[in-house]
Write a protein that binds this ligand. Sequence first.
Ligand SMILES: [Zn+2]
Length: 138
Amino acid sequence: MGTKLIVKKAGTCPECKKAFATGQEAYWDSSVKNSAGFSVICIDEDCFKEQGGKLTPRTEGGYRPNSGFSNRPKINVTLKVPEVKVGTVVRDSSIKLKEYVRQADELVEELYSLPADDQTRGQIRSKFIDQLIAISGH
Ligand SMILES: [Zn+2]
């Protein structure tokens, strides 16, 4: 998926050597890698496209076309909360889970330049949470 985003970490395009600073707008495509092995990112639209980057128009709701989200049928779902007492073990576990969420969020922040409202961000964070839990053996 290609999009225009606000650069979070300054860098240089490995192809045209144009530098981009934090806060600047740049073209970015997570599905295409540049010669440095990272997702294509460049402030120059032509260079971005030459590297194979594509701008994906946002569909309504901000979801990517063909993603699992947009393929879900639109139905109204009501989440029912079971009336049971939450024990301390479960409560402690949820505190632990919040730590994983927090840590995963910091990882996403550190490793990716993604707008805060980007759907991909949540998906990556979710993967990181799974991996953190797997690594720490819980
Ligand atoms: Zn470039």
